[in-house]
Design a binder for this molecule. Structure first.
Ligand code: FES
Length: 102
């Protein structure tokens, strides 16, 4: 299981967001991929054999980290975003593909 480095690290503000309708805390400046890895979620989307796919390249190339994001500033829009390229923001609602029933 992934863990945050805690030794000699200064973090930004702790904010709340939801991941698959579960309240979760994260630090501003982290990516949603970090949040998903730390949460223990099995993945972001399903692969060809319906196996969960998680962040792979962590640099915006593979698209294995696609999630659905609802920004509180635009609550009517559901955006497909690469979790590794999307920064944590207070109030975001994030859904992995497996939990995409919004
Ligand atoms: S992990 Fe590859 S695009 Fe996000």
């Amino acid at each position: 299981m992934a863990k945050r480095i805690t030794n000699q690290i200064t973090r930004s503000a702790l904010v709340m967001l939801t991941l698959n309708n579960q309240q979760i805390s994260a630090f501003e400046g982290e990516t949603l991929a970090t949040v998903i890895l730390l949460s223990g979620e099995p993945g972001c989307k399903l692969g060809k054999a319906d196996n969960p796919r998680g962040p792979f390249c962590n640099m915006g190339v593979c698209y294995d980290c696609l999630v659905t994001v609802i920004d509180p500033a635009s609550p009517d829009k559901r955006l497909k975003s690469r979790a590794c390229m999307t920064m944590v923001k207070a109030g975001l609602r994030v859904f992995t593909t497996q939990e995409d029933s919004i």
